[in-house]
Design a protein around this ligand. Structure first.
Ligand SMILES: [Mg+2]
Length: 398
């Protein structure tokens, strides 16, 4: 079998998605997700101009060899653009191999280790009553675990609390931030949530890289009475050594890694068991092949998976994640923000979301298709993630 064509499809059924479609001389096709929110066109160019020409004529069964050739052959290793592009190829080739085998991908990854995949959803509100409404809505949808984000007194916009974008999407929305106000208010929010919803509801929180290690240590300690499932991205973990300080001070479990793209970003964090969950997505970590290796590394240190699953992971990337979730032993939880009805139409899929749990379905391959005609009716729209400024105007981590 040979690869005879590979196309990049950029579509925006509500938000932008970059999809690679690989075609073989035997008519079997594979899909991969290369969506990089806010920098989509860079990945499109990387794939079209530098990856697709290298794929033509090659054997789609040689997944590992192709991965290594793209990673090592570029000379310029790592980085989100490169790794999203390689991920799309890796996932498309797994899709092809599993389709030819006539098996859902999870069977090629070792078969099911569980019956279904536990998820968590997002609840947010500008104040406590709005937050409670949002939590009730997620509970009504069946979510067994809920990430809680809330407004901070004195701030207009806070991460995880929905607001409008700029009218044309051409420039990022500016949000504001005050670490002191956040650290003072958040324990009270969790106290109120526990009083309203009881001790058993599984709760998570995302600090979105906004704290220094000593601030993160304080927050983890202050949140201990509220029994969080995890505190996510408490500090930018590019400084992996900083997690030693956080860990020394708190027993609140820690989750990190959604912006990481290779195992090298995790060497200290996993090797010294400084975190409890690894957050990388199939889409941004170079595909199923390297993410499986990361999970095996993490398993040696009793660390579990928690694949990043916001709306900007396309259904193709989500499908790949769900197959991995079902197959690996050290599965922790899957983030699932869902997609718009139109997005589900553009990407018809076999995976299901029922009572807060996902299942990849039994269709051969990833179990996902791309309606190219519908996709082309919804062309790319410029859009950026927000930026974040302190009250004196200084740029802060978003
Ligand atoms: Mg996050």
């Amino acid at each position: 079998m040979k690869i005879v064509d590979a196309r990049v499809v950029l579509t925006s059924p509500g938000r932008n998605f970059v999809t690679l479609k690989v075609e073989t001389d035997e008519g079997v096709t594979g899909l991969g997700d290369a969506t990089l929110n806010g920098r989509e066109l860079a990945v499109v160019g990387y794939l079209r101009d530098h990856v697709v020409p290298l794929l033509l004529g090659t054997d789609p069964y040689r997944i590992e060899d192709t991965w290594q050739a793209l990673y090592r052959g570029a000379y310029w290793r790592r980085g989100p653009v490169t790794m999203a592009a390689i991920a799309a190829v890796d996932v498309a080739l797994w899709d092809i191999k599993a389709k030819v085998a006539g098996l859902p991908l999870y069977q090629l990854l070792g078969g099911a280790s569980r019956e279904r995949v536990r998820t968590y959803g997002h609840a947010s509100g500008r104040d406590i009553p709005e937050l409670f409404d949002s939590i009730r809505a997620r509970l009504a949808e069946g979510y067994p675990a809920i990430r809680v984000q809330t407004g901070v007194p004195g701030l207009e916009r806070v991460y995880g609390v929905h607001h409008g974008a700029t009218p044309d999407g051409a420039r990022p929305v500016v949000e504001d931030w005050d670490t002191g106000a956040y650290l003072r208010s958040l324990p009270g929010v969790f106290d109120a949530v526990r009083q309203e919803f009881g001790p058993e509801l599984t709760l998570l929180h995302d600090a979105h890289h906004r704290l220094t290690p000593i601030q993160a240590a304080r927050l983890g300690k202050d949140l201990e009475p509220y029994d969080l499932f995890w505190l996510e991205d408490c500090t930018p973990a590019e400084n992996q050594d900083g997690l030693r300080l956080v860990r020394r001070h708190t027993t609140t479990p820690l989750a990190i890694g959604e912006v990481f793209n290779t195992v090298f970003d995790y060497q200290t964090l996993v090797g010294e068991q400084l975190i409890d969950y690894v957050r990388s997505a199939v889409t941004h970590f170079g595909g199923v092949s390297p993410l499986r290796k990361l999970f095996d590394f993490a398993a040696q240190h009793q660390i579990k998976s928690a694949i990043h699953g916001p709306e900007d992971i396309s259904p193709v990337g989500m499908a790949a994640a769900i197959h991995l979730d079902l197959a690996i032993h050290n599965f922790g939880i899957q983030e699932y923000a869902g997609h718009t009805p139109l997005t589900h139409e553009v990407f018809p899929h076999a995976y299901t979301f029922t009572d807060g749990y996902l299942h990849p379905g039994e269709a051969p391959g990833l179990g996902i298709e791309l309606d190219e005609e519908l996709a082309s009716a919804h062309p790319y729209e410029p859009a950026y993630l927000p930026i974040n400024r302190l009250q004196d105007g200084t740029i802060h981590d978003w």
